[in-house]
Design a protein around this ligand. Structure first.
Ligand SMILES: [Zn+2]
Length: 152
């Protein structure tokens, strides 16, 4: 609808900071599904002052969403593989492998704190990326802790 495109005032929550406002801007984002595939137009509402940040977040989700998912799956398979090594061949090699993959996975989350728009719509994009970054730091710490276990 053409008239909806120019609508700048809309009551609701800002998709970036999740705060209620009656002067939100409408932005149209091409958004993939939960597997980061088949992008479709979706409308979000955002404070004018948060539009740039939200657009940059949405762009990163679009550009790196698939990469992030693939990396996380790869990490899960690698960890499973090193777990088999740990249990059957060599405990130290298995543990070192798991801890390195875990720490790298944490670093990936810190550098790409992206998520599906479903979470974003619940708590806002800003909080979502902060939470994922924090989770990334925890995951890196777990990786380092696992590495220390290989010395015993
Ligand atoms: Zn806002």
């Amino acid at each position: 609808m053409v008239e909806a495109k120019n609508e700048s005032k809309k009551e609701g929550r800002c998709i970036w900071c999740n705060k209620k406002s009656d002067s939100l801007r409408q932005v149209v984002i091409m958004k993939g599904n939960r597997h980061a595939l088949h992008p479709q137009k979706e409308i979000f509402y955002v404070h004018m002052s948060h539009e740039v940040e939200f657009r940059s977040f949405a762009n990163k989700v679009k550009r790196y969403g698939k990469t992030l998912l693939s990396l996380l799956w790869l990490a899960i398979f690698l960890i499973a593989g090193f777990e088999i090594i740990l249990l059957t061949y060599n405990r130290v090699v298995g543990l070192i492998g798991i801890s390195i993959v875990t720490a790298l996975m944490g670093l990936v989350l810190i550098t790409m704190p992206l998520s599906s728009m479903k979470t974003v719509q619940k708590i806002g994009a800003n909080m979502t990326s902060k939470l994922i970054r924090t989770a990334g730091v925890v995951v890196v710490a777990v990786g380092i802790w696992l590495l220390t276990l290989s010395y015993y």
